[in-house]
Design a protein. Sequence first.
Length: 110
Amino acid sequence: MRIEEEGLSTVDAIDAVLRDNLFGLELDPRCAQIAVFGLVFAAWKAGGYRLLPPPQIACSGTAVVEQLEEWTGLVDGNQDAYATLEQLYDLFHNAPDVGSLIDSLDVPLE
């Protein structure tokens, strides 16, 4: 479609789609890697090897491994920021289990 509508070359259209149109969120880190590999390989196959725009694929199943004190130590006494970071920590601590079901709007940011 971008070739036809925007007059782009095949290579430019592929790069534009990777940059502007494809976004992914995956719970499993290995599946995210496989998805990126599949996109990159298909882009190279269709348009030849070249540097590509970074794929917009993220893993939401990565656990928060730091301790709460490492997060809240960043606020330097700001109680509002402390409370917000504490809530965000609690919310994302279970990311491997709930992944994309996390609703960050549940945290009131002041």
